[in-house]
Design a protein around this ligand. Structure first.
Ligand SMILES: [Fe+2]
Ligand SMILES: [Fe+2]
Length: 248
């Protein structure tokens, strides 16, 4: 059954149900994680596209046989499975990418500082702040918020003991995580801006190229990671948490 895409649908709805549409949004520079609540009509206008062009690009992604067409539907999968997927795929990726970038950034700055120091020092400052923000963010999710959410689901679905709500309602830590996502999204946008869309200078060596490629991989992964949390995990978790009846 062909999906009818219209301008009132939100970016979040499309990417949530049809992850294969991410590429079309990314190619147009449309934020599908923190800004996912906007309608297609609004984002098309903001990015100088006609709605028709955007809808056509999205429809192409939805053609049968396109990669991602059989991706897991995270709106219905058990919450614990979604949490595992986020931790293994996205937190796991960050835990290898951040140290790799931590050593690449100063190496490239040292080699190219004479001609590109201006850009590379800004990249270093932005990356360092993202690195420290994300390191503590991932820990808070893994050690506090996610175990609580998994326990709430086990309580409601399997009759496991009601979890001790040491964090009070899930709403407060979730709001804090969303604020941290916004901040990370802003740093990613600044990185793209100061590097002129990761445009390599003509004298860039392979290590310089590797740095920009890894930063772009990190950007894409973080966008998908934040999308899964902001648009699917957190709304589902708040709904479940409220059903425990003790948080109001
Ligand atoms: Fe996360
Ligand atoms: Fe997060």
């Amino acid at each position: 059954m062909a999906l009818q895409i219209d301008g009132s649908m939100t970016v979040r709805e499309l990417v949530g149900r049809y992850p294969q549409t991410r590429g079309a949004f990314e190619e147009s520079g449309i934020d599908h994680c923190c800004g996912g609540g906007k309608s297609l009509t609004d984002v098309a206008g903001e990015h100088g596209l006609t709605l028709c062009v955007l809808v056509d690009a999205l429809a192409k992604c939805l053609q049968p046989g396109k990669a991602g067409a059989t991706a897991r539907d995270w709106y219905v999968a058990p919450l614990g499975e979604l949490v595992n997927h986020i931790v293994e795929t996205h937190h796991g990726y960050m835990k290898t990418a951040l140290p790799r970038l931590s050593s690449l950034v100063p190496t490239v700055l040292k080699a190219h500082g004479a001609h590109h120091g201006d850009v590379l020092r800004q990249v270093q400052g932005l990356f360092n702040s993202l690195h420290s923000e994300l390191t503590s963010h991932l820990l808070k999710e893994e050690q506090v918020l996610f175990p609580y959410l998994v326990a709430v689901e086990a309580h409601l679905r399997q009759g496991a003991p009601q979890p001790q709500a040491s964090i009070g309602s899930a709403r407060h830590p979730i709001r804090q995580m969303e604020r941290e996502h916004e901040s990370a999204g802003e740093v990613l946008a600044r990185l793209r801006e100061v590097t002129d869309g990761y445009a390599l200078p003509p004298d860039a060596c392979p290590t310089f190229r590797a740095l920009y490629e890894e930063l772009q991989r990190m950007e894409a992964d973080l966008h998908q990671h934040i999308h899964l949390e902001n648009n699917i995990l957190f709304p589902r978790a708040i709904e479940l948490d409220e059903r425990t009846g003790e948080n109001g």
